[in-house]
Write a protein that binds this ligand. Structure first.
Ligand SMILES: Nc1nc2c(ncn2[C@@H]2O[C@H](COP(=O)(O)OP(=O)(O)OP(=O)(O)O)[C@@H](O)[C@H]2O)c(=O)[nH]1
Ligand SMILES: [Mg+2]
Length: 234
Protein backbone atom coordinates (compact mmCIF):
# COMPACT_ATOMS: atom_id res chain seq x y z
CA UNK A 1 0.00 0.00 0.00
CA UNK A 2 2.80 2.34 0.97
CA UNK A 3 4.58 1.78 -2.37
CA UNK A 4 1.39 2.47 -4.30
CA UNK A 5 0.97 5.78 -2.49
CA UNK A 6 4.47 6.89 -3.43
CA UNK A 7 3.79 6.04 -7.06
CA UNK A 8 0.60 8.11 -7.05
CA UNK A 9 2.49 11.16 -5.76
CA UNK A 10 5.18 10.68 -8.38
CA UNK A 11 2.49 10.38 -11.03
CA UNK A 12 0.90 13.67 -9.97
CA UNK A 13 4.24 15.47 -10.12
CA UNK A 14 5.03 13.91 -13.53
CA UNK A 15 1.68 15.11 -14.87
CA UNK A 16 2.39 18.55 -13.44
CA UNK A 17 5.78 18.67 -15.14
CA UNK A 18 4.18 17.81 -18.49
CA UNK A 19 1.72 20.72 -18.16
CA UNK A 20 4.50 23.02 -16.89
CA UNK A 21 6.44 22.24 -20.07
CA UNK A 22 3.35 23.14 -22.15
CA UNK A 23 3.04 26.44 -20.25
CA UNK A 24 6.74 27.12 -20.74
CA UNK A 25 6.48 26.62 -24.48
CA UNK A 26 3.48 29.01 -24.64
CA UNK A 27 5.48 31.61 -22.70
CA UNK A 28 8.47 31.21 -24.99
CA UNK A 29 6.38 31.38 -28.15
CA UNK A 30 5.30 34.84 -26.97
CA UNK A 31 8.79 35.83 -25.80
CA UNK A 32 7.62 36.14 -22.18
CA UNK A 33 9.88 35.32 -19.23
CA UNK A 34 8.07 34.20 -16.10
CA UNK A 35 9.14 34.63 -12.47
CA UNK A 36 7.37 32.73 -9.68
CA UNK A 37 7.27 34.59 -6.33
CA UNK A 38 6.80 32.36 -3.30
CA UNK A 39 6.66 32.99 0.45
CA UNK A 40 4.78 32.33 3.65
CA UNK A 41 1.55 34.35 3.95
CA UNK A 42 2.29 38.01 4.58
CA UNK A 43 6.06 37.99 3.94
CA UNK A 44 5.59 40.90 1.54
CA UNK A 45 5.16 39.59 -2.02
CA UNK A 46 2.51 42.10 -3.02
CA UNK A 47 4.20 45.04 -1.29
CA UNK A 48 7.49 44.20 -2.98
CA UNK A 49 5.73 44.12 -6.36
CA UNK A 50 4.17 47.50 -5.61
CA UNK A 51 7.59 49.05 -4.82
CA UNK A 52 9.07 47.38 -7.93
CA UNK A 53 6.39 48.79 -10.21
CA UNK A 54 6.98 52.23 -8.68
CA UNK A 55 10.67 51.95 -9.63
CA UNK A 56 9.90 50.68 -13.11
CA UNK A 57 11.37 47.69 -14.92
CA UNK A 58 13.79 49.29 -17.34
CA UNK A 59 11.22 49.50 -20.10
CA UNK A 60 10.10 45.87 -19.81
CA UNK A 61 6.38 45.32 -20.17
CA UNK A 62 5.32 43.48 -17.01
CA UNK A 63 2.13 41.76 -15.98
CA UNK A 64 0.98 39.82 -12.93
CA UNK A 65 -0.75 36.51 -12.44
CA UNK A 66 -2.11 36.76 -8.91
CA UNK A 67 -2.68 33.50 -7.05
CA UNK A 68 -4.94 33.52 -4.00
CA UNK A 69 -7.28 31.05 -2.37
CA UNK A 70 -10.06 33.58 -2.72
CA UNK A 71 -10.69 37.27 -3.24
CA UNK A 72 -8.93 39.85 -5.38
CA UNK A 73 -7.41 42.22 -2.81
CA UNK A 74 -3.82 41.82 -4.03
CA UNK A 75 -4.88 42.01 -7.69
CA UNK A 76 -6.74 45.26 -6.95
CA UNK A 77 -3.66 46.70 -5.23
CA UNK A 78 -1.42 45.85 -8.19
CA UNK A 79 -3.89 46.97 -10.87
CA UNK A 80 -3.43 50.49 -9.47
CA UNK A 81 0.05 50.41 -11.07
CA UNK A 82 -1.48 50.12 -14.55
CA UNK A 83 -0.08 46.68 -15.25
CA UNK A 84 -2.26 43.87 -16.59
CA UNK A 85 -3.27 41.71 -13.62
CA UNK A 86 -5.04 38.37 -13.91
CA UNK A 87 -6.60 36.89 -10.77
CA UNK A 88 -6.33 33.15 -10.30
CA UNK A 89 -8.33 31.83 -7.35
CA UNK A 90 -7.69 28.30 -6.18
CA UNK A 91 -11.01 28.14 -4.34
CA UNK A 92 -13.60 27.51 -7.09
CA UNK A 93 -13.02 24.22 -8.83
CA UNK A 94 -9.72 23.52 -7.10
CA UNK A 95 -11.00 23.19 -3.52
CA UNK A 96 -8.97 26.03 -2.04
CA UNK A 97 -5.52 24.73 -2.92
CA UNK A 98 -2.60 26.17 -0.96
CA UNK A 99 -0.39 26.58 -4.05
CA UNK A 100 -0.55 27.13 -7.80
CA UNK A 101 0.15 24.18 -10.05
CA UNK A 102 0.77 23.99 -13.78
CA UNK A 103 -2.81 23.01 -14.58
CA UNK A 104 -4.27 26.00 -12.72
CA UNK A 105 -1.86 28.36 -14.47
CA UNK A 106 -2.74 26.74 -17.80
CA UNK A 107 -6.43 27.35 -17.16
CA UNK A 108 -5.68 31.06 -16.53
CA UNK A 109 -3.46 31.60 -19.60
CA UNK A 110 -6.32 32.56 -21.97
CA UNK A 111 -6.91 35.57 -19.66
CA UNK A 112 -3.25 36.65 -19.60
CA UNK A 113 -2.30 39.05 -22.44
CA UNK A 114 0.99 37.28 -23.22
CA UNK A 115 1.44 39.16 -26.51
CA UNK A 116 1.65 42.43 -24.55
CA UNK A 117 4.25 41.24 -22.03
CA UNK A 118 8.00 40.72 -21.66
CA UNK A 119 7.82 39.63 -18.02
CA UNK A 120 5.04 37.86 -16.14
CA UNK A 121 5.28 37.94 -12.35
CA UNK A 122 3.35 35.12 -10.71
CA UNK A 123 2.46 35.77 -7.08
CA UNK A 124 1.96 32.30 -5.66
CA UNK A 125 -0.39 31.48 -2.80
CA UNK A 126 1.25 32.29 0.55
CA UNK A 127 2.62 28.95 1.80
CA UNK A 128 6.12 27.77 2.68
CA UNK A 129 5.67 24.14 1.60
CA UNK A 130 3.50 23.26 -1.40
CA UNK A 131 4.38 25.99 -3.94
CA UNK A 132 7.97 24.70 -3.96
CA UNK A 133 6.78 21.28 -5.16
CA UNK A 134 4.92 22.40 -8.27
CA UNK A 135 6.68 23.94 -11.26
CA UNK A 136 4.33 26.07 -13.34
CA UNK A 137 6.52 26.59 -16.40
CA UNK A 138 8.39 29.55 -14.92
CA UNK A 139 11.95 30.52 -15.83
CA UNK A 140 13.02 31.60 -12.35
CA UNK A 141 11.77 31.52 -8.79
CA UNK A 142 12.31 33.99 -6.00
CA UNK A 143 11.32 33.25 -2.43
CA UNK A 144 10.72 35.93 0.14
CA UNK A 145 11.25 35.39 3.83
CA UNK A 146 10.68 38.17 6.31
CA UNK A 147 12.60 38.86 9.48
CA UNK A 148 9.58 38.16 11.68
CA UNK A 149 9.52 34.49 10.66
CA UNK A 150 12.57 33.18 12.57
CA UNK A 151 16.13 32.29 11.52
CA UNK A 152 15.35 28.57 11.59
CA UNK A 153 12.99 28.52 8.60
CA UNK A 154 15.53 27.36 5.97
CA UNK A 155 16.24 24.30 8.13
CA UNK A 156 12.54 23.55 8.70
CA UNK A 157 11.32 24.22 5.13
CA UNK A 158 14.42 23.36 3.08
CA UNK A 159 12.71 22.65 -0.25
CA UNK A 160 11.32 26.18 -0.46
CA UNK A 161 14.78 27.67 0.11
CA UNK A 162 16.31 25.22 -2.36
CA UNK A 163 13.75 25.55 -5.15
CA UNK A 164 14.60 29.14 -5.97
CA UNK A 165 17.28 31.23 -7.64
CA UNK A 166 16.97 34.14 -5.22
CA UNK A 167 16.19 34.58 -1.53
CA UNK A 168 14.81 37.98 -0.52
CA UNK A 169 15.06 38.80 3.19
CA UNK A 170 12.26 41.33 3.61
CA UNK A 171 11.15 43.74 6.37
CA UNK A 172 14.73 44.62 7.42
CA UNK A 173 13.32 47.98 8.60
CA UNK A 174 11.95 46.04 11.59
CA UNK A 175 15.35 44.69 12.71
CA UNK A 176 15.93 47.36 15.40
CA UNK A 177 12.76 46.12 17.13
CA UNK A 178 13.56 42.39 16.96
CA UNK A 179 16.19 39.97 18.20
CA UNK A 180 16.38 38.44 14.71
CA UNK A 181 19.92 37.60 13.57
CA UNK A 182 20.16 38.04 9.78
CA UNK A 183 23.61 36.44 9.66
CA UNK A 184 22.25 33.32 11.33
CA UNK A 185 19.40 33.18 8.79
CA UNK A 186 21.85 33.56 5.90
CA UNK A 187 24.08 30.81 7.35
CA UNK A 188 21.03 28.51 7.47
CA UNK A 189 20.15 29.40 3.88
CA UNK A 190 23.72 28.52 2.90
CA UNK A 191 23.35 25.09 4.55
CA UNK A 192 20.33 24.10 2.44
CA UNK A 193 21.17 26.02 -0.77
CA UNK A 194 24.87 26.87 -1.01
CA UNK A 195 25.64 29.91 -3.10
CA UNK A 196 22.07 31.13 -3.69
CA UNK A 197 22.03 34.93 -3.90
CA UNK A 198 20.27 36.70 -1.02
CA UNK A 199 19.05 40.30 -0.90
CA UNK A 200 18.25 42.36 2.20
CA UNK A 201 15.14 44.36 1.42
CA UNK A 202 12.53 46.56 3.01
CA UNK A 203 9.45 46.88 0.86
CA UNK A 204 8.36 49.45 3.44
CA UNK A 205 11.30 51.88 3.10
CA UNK A 206 12.43 50.82 -0.38
CA UNK A 207 15.87 49.65 0.81
CA UNK A 208 17.20 46.95 -1.49
CA UNK A 209 14.25 47.10 -3.88
CA UNK A 210 16.47 48.39 -6.67
CA UNK A 211 18.66 45.28 -6.38
CA UNK A 212 15.53 43.11 -6.56
CA UNK A 213 14.37 45.04 -9.62
CA UNK A 214 17.79 44.55 -11.25
CA UNK A 215 17.61 40.80 -10.58
CA UNK A 216 14.14 40.69 -12.19
CA UNK A 217 15.32 42.62 -15.23
CA UNK A 218 18.22 40.19 -15.64
CA UNK A 219 15.87 37.23 -15.22
CA UNK A 220 13.55 38.74 -17.83
CA UNK A 221 16.47 39.08 -20.25
CA UNK A 222 17.37 35.43 -19.84
CA UNK A 223 20.30 35.78 -17.45
CA UNK A 224 19.24 33.26 -14.80
CA UNK A 225 19.74 29.50 -14.65
CA UNK A 226 16.95 26.99 -14.02
CA UNK A 227 16.15 26.12 -10.40
CA UNK A 228 18.45 23.61 -8.76
CA UNK A 229 17.11 20.63 -6.87
CA UNK A 230 13.70 20.41 -8.54
CA UNK A 231 12.56 18.83 -11.75
CA UNK A 232 12.64 21.48 -14.44
CA UNK A 233 10.19 21.19 -17.32
CA UNK A 234 11.86 19.74 -20.39
N1 LIG B 1 7.51 46.78 8.26
C1 LIG B 1 7.35 46.21 7.07
N2 LIG B 1 6.14 45.72 6.73
C2 LIG B 1 6.03 45.15 5.51
C3 LIG B 1 7.10 45.08 4.60
N3 LIG B 1 6.66 44.45 3.47
C4 LIG B 1 5.36 44.17 3.70
N4 LIG B 1 4.97 44.60 4.91
C5 LIG B 1 3.64 44.48 5.53
O1 LIG B 1 3.37 43.11 5.74
C6 LIG B 1 1.98 42.83 5.51
C7 LIG B 1 1.84 41.76 4.44
O2 LIG B 1 2.37 42.26 3.20
P1 LIG B 1 1.89 41.71 1.79
O3 LIG B 1 2.70 42.40 0.76
O4 LIG B 1 0.41 41.79 1.68
O5 LIG B 1 2.34 40.18 1.92
P2 LIG B 1 2.06 38.99 0.90
O6 LIG B 1 3.25 38.09 0.94
O7 LIG B 1 1.67 39.51 -0.43
O8 LIG B 1 0.82 38.28 1.63
P3 LIG B 1 -0.16 37.11 1.02
O9 LIG B 1 -0.43 37.45 -0.40
O10 LIG B 1 -1.36 37.19 1.90
O11 LIG B 1 0.59 35.82 1.18
C8 LIG B 1 1.36 44.16 5.11
O12 LIG B 1 0.80 44.74 6.28
C9 LIG B 1 2.55 44.98 4.61
O13 LIG B 1 2.35 46.36 4.76
C10 LIG B 1 8.36 45.61 5.00
O14 LIG B 1 9.37 45.58 4.29
N5 LIG B 1 8.43 46.16 6.24
MG1 LIG C 1 0.04 39.09 -1.56
Amino acid sequence: VHRTKVKVVEGVLDANDTLAAANRSDFERHGVRVVNLMSAPGAGKTTLLERTFELGLDGLRAGVLEGDVQGSMDADRLAAYHVPVTQLNTDPGFGGECHLDANMVRSALPSVPLEELDLLMVENVGNLVCPAEFRIGEHARAMICSVTEGEDKPLKYPLMFRACELVVVNKVDLLPHLDFDVDRLLANVEVVHPGVPCLRVSARTGEGVEAFRDWLVEAARGGRPAAAGVTAPA
